[in-house]
Ligand binder design. Structure first.
Ligand code: CO6
Length: 455
């Protein structure tokens, strides 16, 4: 008897998911809870365990296909059962899946998924679908190529990725030509000449769109790789935050981390024994940031039209680098935690982010973000604000540097100190420069003082 594998609901607001990878092929034996496939949603990438042990009979949803939650994506049979032959059928919605209500917000997030049965078999979409993979169609979309022009060398004339690469490299259809520079020039001219046309200005956009530049020349040697879903989401969020939402302002502070470094070195071993987790610089930094947010609640706010929304909880987003991108899990109510609690939460979230074991609720609701590119040796960084927050702080590398110190008698000397540069990017709609600096000076003072309840 076959067991249906259902696309899971990865969180309340998630209506669909894309299959990224199958770790088993039809005919393979699988144990219950062994990872069967990987998916990507608007919020997280996740590994999905097999719901039952047995033999994978068939895969119903190909890699790169997006289906509603509740769809049957595969079937598992009893040990010894033979897999079904023939081509993989389309995704079959499980009973009731199509009627799962979605909120307006979910509908906005979701790209429309068209049930294949409803489609006209002779439509261009149907013909292209039968002759190409989603990856190929995505490449065609990105390069503005009509797939019917491309000769397919795959099975039954399918257009393969190699066909597309060859077609693009041959320059048969060059990418969109750059927009004429006149789009920008008249705007400059108009400052002096009121009669000059204002081509290139899009109503409602403060910044005119940049002229489309071809990414490569016809015939140029290139390797083309479609962006992953995560990459596309990051790209959209960054453009949206920096160009359409928040006027970013930046400030950089030099912070002497010598006291924190000493404290960490002194308590590290005992801390690890007591809390069962490692003690890095991050929990101290988080604690100091929390103090700053409590002193300047505007830095822990959001903008909603003409209203400023002061968030009453301090939910710290921490950027975690992944081999395949970046994710920002959130430590909820971080102000209620001591250094031990912060370290535990951070290490647990970072570990599970890298194992693709985060729940969507764990990457939403952040009110302020800390990113630590210093771990890679970065001296200081000025990151892009994660919406709908209004500020983000970057942690540079902590390194020994010569600095001038003055004793109580006013004598100067050069000393070796553990120095960190930290950048704050903030939204000038609600945070003025003075407030951004005052926030940072609280963080600096807390870290330089170095009293964290461990002593
Ligand atoms: N300076 C010096 N040493 C550091 C630093 C800095 N800034 N940060 C970490 N470390 C040390 C840390 O203390 C550990 O040392 P040992 O305990 O002696 O081994 C070691 O480096 C490894 O640290 P780990 O990463 O394990 O733990 P940590 O708690 O410091 O950081 C994390 C956790 C999840 C924040 C981190 O692992 C991470 O993923 N950081 C990268 C975040 C990222 O990619 N952000 C986006 C970067 S791009 O912001 C960006 C504006 C642009 C540039």
């Amino acid at each position: 008897m076959a067991f249906d594998v259902i696309m899971p609901q990865m969180g309340e607001s998630i209506a669909e998911a894309t299959v990224l990878k199958w770790l088993k092929a039809p005919g393979d034996t699988i144990a219950k809870d062994e990872t069967l496939y990987e998916i990507s949603t608007d919020k997280v990438d996740a590994e999905i365990p097999a719901p039952a042990a047995g033999v994978l009979l068939e895969i119903l949803v190909e890699v790169n296909k997006t289906v509603p939650v509740g769809s049957i994506v595969a079937r598992i049979g009893a040990a010894g059962e033979k897999p079904a032959g023939g081509a993989a059928p389309a995704a079959a919605p499980a009973a009731g899946a199509a009627t799962v209500p979605v909120t307006a917000a979910e509908a906005k997030l979701a790209t429309p998924v068209h049930p294949m049965a409803d489609e006209d078999d002779n439509s261009e979409e149907a013909r292209l679908r039968s002759k190409s993979s989603p990856l190929v169609r995505e490449m065609a979309k990105q390069h503005g190529i009509d797939l019917r022009q491309v000769k397919g060398t795959g099975e039954q004339g399918r257009v393969t990725k190699a066909d597309m690469e060859a077609f693009i490299a041959s320059g048969a259809k060059a990418p969109a030509a750059p927009a004429p520079m006149s789009g920008a020039m008249p705007m400059m001219a108009s400052a002096h000449d009121p009669s000059a046309p204002t081509m290139g200005v899009v109503p409602g956009l403060a910044v005119p769109p940049a002229p489309a530049q071809p990414a490569f020349a016809p015939g140029e040697r290139v390797k083309i790789e479609p962006m992953s879903r995560m990459r596309k989401i990051i790209a959209d969020n960054m453009v949206n935050s920096k160009l359409r939402t928040s006027p970013h302002v930046y400030t950089i502070f030099e912070i002497d981390m010598s006291n924190v470094a000493r404290l960490r070195a002194k308590h590290r071993k005992a801390f690890e024994e007591m809390y069962g987790t490692k003690l890095s610089f991050m929990p101290f930094i988080m604690k100091a940031v929390i103090k700053g947010l409590q002193a300047f609640p505007i830095v822990n706010s959001s903008v909603d039209g003409d209203n400023i929304i002061y968030k009453q909880d301090i939910n710290l987003g921490i950027a975690v680098s992944l081999d395949w991108g970046l994710i920002v899990p959130v430590i909820k109510n971080a102000d209620s935690l001591n250094i031990g609690g912060l370290a535990r939460s951070l290490n647990d979230l970072a570990e599970r982010a890298r194992a693709k074991k985060l729940q969507p609720s764990e990457i939403s609701g952040g009110t302020f973000t800390i990113t630590n590119p210093g771990v890679f040796g970065d001296i200081f960084a000025l990151p892009i604000i994660s919406q709908p927050q209004v500020a983000i702080q970057a942690i540079g590398t902590i390194a020994k540097r010569p600095v001038v110190v003055t004793d109580e008698l006013g004598n100067d000397a050069i000393a070796i100190r553990q120095i960190m540069f930290s950048g704050l990017s903030f939204d000038h709609r609600v945070i003025d420069g003075a407030v951004g600096d005052q926030f940072m000076s609280v963080v600096k003072n807390e870290l330089e003082k170095g009293t964290f309840g461990l002593e």
